[in-house]
Design a protein around this ligand. Structure first.
Ligand SMILES: Cc1cc2nc3c(=O)[nH]c(=O)nc-3n(C[C@H](O)[C@H](O)[C@H](O)COP(=O)(O)OP(=O)(O)OC[C@H]3O[C@@H](n4cnc5c(N)ncnc54)[C@H](O)[C@@H]3O)c2cc1C
Length: 323
């Protein structure tokens, strides 16, 4: 079977990133999932079994001085070294800020084609076919690379396939970052004061728009999100109005999400907003205007005032969890 090299992301505490299962699941649709992960020298052996449980049949631990303190250079060298070892038909990375960066640099280095922000992957004979959701999600485009390995970045949360668990073999390689690698001098953790999941990659998102009317009313979005264990998102209009911080913006110039459930509260559904959420599995919209475009993409819609409907929803969910 053909090897599909999967670049695994790790957290600040060197644990597997939350994109891991989806990336290995995507790889298993094409071929044999081989995981590569950049680690500090002497670290990472505990990850081998965890990666096997998520479907990796072979794990390459790329030991690199500066992992965690150098910007993407260790991951790029890890990918390059692993590719030389396993001759992959495809390379898969997350469509995160770092994943996109590494994938693009690797594609240039390898002279390979890049398919970015993919929402599904499959094969058609020998061809690897990637699906993109474009133009605000209104069109689905299938693309393939005709020569060399296909370098693919996968939109977080878009691919739900789970690869069968495996007992992986493993290898360690030692890589050296290039002399021009950028160094991270300091990191500041922005705390949101909540245990909400991160927006990118969240399985549930509750998003609010200008229809909330004020920052005070936007608390309803937070409350509903907390009832559902969801991340908080927003339209650009809500961000521009100062209801919520910019990191919550979903859409063309914000974050793209592909959750199982997306609840849009007081959001009209402009094409630039839909571009970031239309691939959600189930979309629920609450809007006072029955002709709002958000209802064109919603699976369930409530025509009503968010300030009336959302408190009722929160209290109904509360009653359900109490019973
Ligand atoms: C280049 C470019 C990039 C952009 N990028 C983005 C992006 O990334 N993300 C993004 O979101 N937008 C983006 N925009 C802006 C986008 O075009 C819209 O202006 C924006 O999405 C509108 O946000 P909204 O739906 O919250 O506000 P509005 O369009 O004002 O809609 C508010 C909605 O709330 C409803 N409403 C009002 N009161 C209530 C109530 N009490 N109860 C229930 N419903 C109510 C109204 O019926 C209306 O449908 C971009 C625009 C441009 C030009």
């Amino acid at each position: 079977m053909k090897n599909v090299l999967t670049l695994i992301e790790t957290t600040d505490t060197s644990e597997l990133g939350n994109t891991t299962a989806g990336l290995l699941g995507a790889a298993s649709r094409i071929g044999n999932p081989v995981a590569v992960v950049a680690v500090a020298p002497g670290h990472g052996s505990a990850l081998v079994g965890q990666l096997g449980a998520l479907g990796a049949t072979h794990v390459i631990l790329a030991e690199c001085e500066g992992t965690g303190s150098l910007l993407v250079a260790p991951e790029l060298e890890a990918l390059s070294a692993a590719a030389r070892q396993v001759d992959p038909v495809a390379v898969i990375a997350a469509n995160s800020v770092a994943g996109r960066d590494v994938a693009a640099r690797f594609a240039v280095r390898a002279g390979a084609g890049l398919l970015a922000d993919v929402v599904a992957v499959d094969t058609d004979g020998d061809a690897i076919v990637a699906t993109h959701s474009v133009l605000g999600g209104d069109y689905t485009v299938k693309a393939t690379i005709t020569s060399g390995p296909a370098v693919i970045t996968v939109r977080q949360g878009a691919i739900k396939d789970i690869a069968p668990a495996a007992t992986p073999t493993s290898a360690t390689v030692i890589v050296t970052p290039g002399s021009t690698a950028a160094t991270i001098l300091s990191t500041t953790l922005e705390t949101t004061g909540s245990n909400r999941p991160e927006l990118r990659g969240a399985t549930r998102v509750v998003a609010g728009g200008r229809g909330l009317g004020s920052a005070e009313n936007f608390i309803l979005v937070d409350e509903l999100a907390d009832k559902l264990g969801a991340a908080v998102g927003a339209s650009r209009a809500a961000v521009d109005a100062g209801y919520v911080e910019q990191g919550a913006q979903v859409g063309q110039t914000g974050v793209s999400v592909s959750p199982d459930l997306y609840i849009a509260l007081g959001i009209s559904g402009a094409i630039q907003h839909r571009a970031g959420m239309q691939t959600a599995k189930t979309i629920v919209a609450i809007n006072s205007d029955a002709s709002a475009p958000i209802f064109d993409v919603a699976d369930f819609g409530v025509v009503g005032d968010v300030l009336t409907v959302v408190p009722q929803l929160i209290s109904a969910l509360g009653a359900q969890s109490d019973s």
